[in-house]
Design a protein around this ligand. Structure first.
Ligand code: SF4
Length: 363
């Protein structure tokens, strides 16, 4: 199993267009300001650029009509605002869920899911093309890791969906799609800052959730950041034996190491961590699993998000029946653990992480 350094080291740093010409969607405001002043323009042009890219989601410099022709030509020659293109859009027939398969500039497919709710629209985006973590029940892990996504590519996913679904305001973003965000730490953190910034996408920090499989040293690093958002940890088991069998990173960072990182994060940030728990029939859905979970999380005052498994073609895992799900939930409630059940949405459109992409690749 690769560790996070190996994961980062063997990957190309950015997309081709970013190497040749910086993609402006991945730049922070001071960097944009430096760039425009280097091109001989006043600083405030950076704000105009950002407003065109993030607010109006334009796809070409030509559309930026309040910038001079000469400046637009210079931008065109030296920079890029290119983005992904739509390969396929699938809408669920029985829930307000839409899945988009986007093609990055190098042709790699990534998937995004827009999940509608009563008062919010949550967009689940990806941070890597594929994933090296290899959780046994996950479609994204099946094909392994291709590369990290650049900050511009991560941000662009939100911009593209704003374009594709202009009537569905995106209120929440979860970085929970393909990839392990903390294995692409710098790009993800940069992207999150752009998603949050008032000059960027303007999504509140409390509405942005980063989900990790449990890279403990990176959780410690996150705790030291000056910028806080929501953190969720994909736990999926409360004992090392079961967790190592389904989330292989547990062999490197077993539960005591992971929980220590979570404690440090909570102490530094005073934030609550949500623990994701995919319920797999006969694997982690027993009463003793629920009781262990209570014992593990009660001291952390952690919240649990229970996710009945969404089966993936070719993988042997099944969804527990509803009685078992209810009994598991009841034990957590009785143990004082705040728990929500993530309703199954979009099974008809292969909404489990990585499934659409996997099908596209085999196609
Ligand atoms: S569940 Fe997440 S971390 Fe695990 S293999 Fe899938 S994408 Fe990677």
């Amino acid at each position: 199993m690769p560790n996070e350094r190996e994961i980062e080291a063997k990957l190309p740093r950015g997309s081709r267009s970013e190497k040749d010409r910086p993609n402006l969607k991945g730049l922070l405001l001071p960097e944009l300001e430096r760039l425009v002043t280097d091109l001989g323009e006043p600083k405030f042009r950076a704000g105009q650029l950002a407003s065109w890219m993030f607010g109006k989601a334009v796809t070409s410099f030509d559309e930026m009509t309040d910038l001079s022709k000469g400046f637009r030509t210079a931008l065109q020659q030296k920079t890029a605002i290119t983005g992904a293109s739509l390969i396929r859009e699938s809408r669920s027939h029985y829930s307000p869920t839409t899945k988009y398969l986007l093609g990055l500039e190098d042709g790699q497919p990534v998937e995004i899911v827009l999940i509608g709710g009563r008062e919010r629209n949550t967009l689940c985006i990806s941070s890597q093309v594929g994933c090296a973590i290899g959780c046994r029940f996950c479609a994204s892990g099946l094909a392994g890791l291709s590369r990290n996504m650049t900050a511009a590519e991560i941000v662009d996913q939100v911009i593209q969906v704003r374009r594709l679904a202009p009537n569905r305001a995106i209120t929440n973003v979860v970085i929970m799609g393909m990839g392990e965000p903390l294995a692409n730490y710098n790009n993800v953190l940069r992207a999150v800052r752009i998603l949050n910034a008032p000059w960027g996408l303007g999504i509140g920090a409390r509405k942005i959730t980063l989900s990790t499989s449990g890279i403990a040293p990176k959780i410690h690093q996150l705790a030291r950041e000056d910028f806080q958002f929501e953190l969720s940890v994909s736990l999926h088991a409360a004992d090392d034996r079961t967790r190592s069998a389904i989330v292989p990173i547990n062999r490197r960072y077993p539960l005591d190491v992971l929980m220590e990182a979570c404690r440090a994060y909570i102490a530094a940030t005073h934030r609550i961590i949500t623990f994701e728990y995919v319920l797999l029939k006969g694997v982690n859905d027993r009463f003793e699993d629920a009781n262990r979970l209570v014992t593990l999380l009660r001291p952390l005052k952690g919240k649990v998000n229970l996710i009945p498994y969404n089966p993936v073609e070719g993988l042997p895992y099944e969804t527990p029946d509803e009685g078992r799900q209810a009994a598991f939930l009841q034990i957590l409630h009785s143990g004082g653990i705040t728990t929500t059940v993530r309703r199954e949405r979009g099974r008809d459109i292969d909404a489990a992480c990585g499934q659409l992409r996997l099908k596209e690749k085999s196609r």
